[in-house]
Write a new protein. Structure first.
Length: 260
C-alpha cells in the first residue's frame, strides 16, 4: 500500500503497514485549533431583538460601515473618566471600538470629583476590529448646546453634528460644508430613542437605547444602544450616521451623571 509522507509516495507491505505519522503542529497552533470559532452571542441577540425590537436582518459586510445593525455597549464604570465602547454586529461579533483619547491626569481627576464634562473638550477615536482609526470625533467644550466635529484619521473633515434646541425633544442637524444633509430627532423628552432622517426628512436609521439593568442604571454610567440602518447610505451621510450612535451619549448623557 502507498502512503504520502509529506514529500513523496512510500510503498509499504502488509508486514510493516502502519498509519502515517500525524504532521507536527506547533503548540500555539494546537491551542488555536482546540478553541471553537466564536459564535453568536445570545446576550447581544436578546439586546437587539427583544430589547430594541429589531428583527434579524441579512448578513452584512462585517465592518462598521457595511453592517445593517450596530450594537454599541459602553463599559460599566462607577464614575466615568474615560469613555469606552465596544461596537458589535447583531450577533455579537466585535466590529470595532470607541475610546476617548488625549486626556491628561488633571482632566481625569476633575471628571472624577465634579460634573464639569460639558465644559471640557472630548476627543474619541472610532476604531475597526484591528484597532485602526476610522473616524475621529471632537466635541468642543459646550455651554448650552453640543457640537461634534467628525473627521477622517488624516484630519480631513466629514461634517458636523450640531444640537438645535434645548427644550423639549432634542434635535441635532448633520451638516456637511455648511449644508444640512440629515437630522437626528429624539422621540421623547428624555432623549432615549432617536430617528435619523436624510435631507428630505425620510427616516434612514434609528437609535434605540436598551435597558442595561437596574443596578447598572443606578450605580454606573453604562449606556447601551442599538443602531439600525435601514439601507446602504452614501458618504458622507453614512459616516455621520455611524458617528451619531456615539455622539448622542457624548453630547447628552455624560453631562447628567457624576459626583458634583
Amino acid at each position: 500500500m502507498r502512503y504520502w509522507d509529506g514529500s513523496q509516495w512510500t510503498e509499504h507491505t502488509n508486514a510493516d503497514q502502519q498509519a502515517p505519522a500525524a504532521p507536527q503542529v506547533p503548540h500555539q497552533a494546537q491551542q488555536a485549533y482546540a478553541q471553537p470559532a466564536p459564535g453568536p452571542d445570545p446576550r447581544v441577540q436578546q439586546q437587539v431583538q427583544q430589547q430594541a425590537g429589531v428583527a434579524p436582518s441579512g448578513v452584512g459586510g462585517g465592518t462598521l460601515f457595511t453592517e445593517p445593525v450596530l450594537v454599541v455597549n459602553q463599559k460599566a464604570k462607577l464614575i466615568e473618566v474615560t469613555n469606552e465602547y465596544k461596537v458589535m454586529d447583531q450577533n455579537g461579533n466585535q466590529l470595532g471600538s470607541v475610546t476617548e483619547v488625549g486626556q491628561n491626569a488633571f482632566k481625569k481627576i476633575l471628571r472624577f470629583v465634579s460634573s464639569l464634562d460639558q465644559f471640557m473638550t472630548h476627543k474619541l477615536e472610532i476604531r475597526d476590529a484591528y484597532g485602526q482609526p476610522q473616524l475621529l470625533l471632537t466635541r468642543p467644550a459646550k455651554f448650552l448646546k453640543s457640537r461634534v466635529i467628525v473627521s477622517r484619521p488624516d484630519g480631513s473633515p466629514v461634517g458636523e453634528i450640531v444640537q438645535q434646541n434645548m427644550i423639549g425633544k432634542i434635535n441635532f442637524a448633520m451638516n456637511v460644508n455648511g449644508q444640512q444633509v440629515g437630522a437626528i430627532k429624539a422621540e421623547n423628552w428624555r432623549a432615549w430613542n432617536f430617528a435619523i432622517v436624510d435631507h428630505a426628512d425620510n427616516e434612514v436609521a434609528r437609535i434605540t437605547k436598551t435597558w442595561e439593568g437596574l443596578a447598572k442604571t443606578m450605580f454606573t454610567t453604562a449606556d447601551n444602544y442599538v443602531l439600525q440602518i435601514h439601507f446602504q447610505l452614501p458618504e458622507p451621510l453614512l459616516s455621520l450616521v455611524v458617528a451619531t450612535a456615539l455622539t448622542v451619549d457624548t453630547a447628552l448623557k455624560q453631562d447628567s451623571r457624576g459626583l458634583g
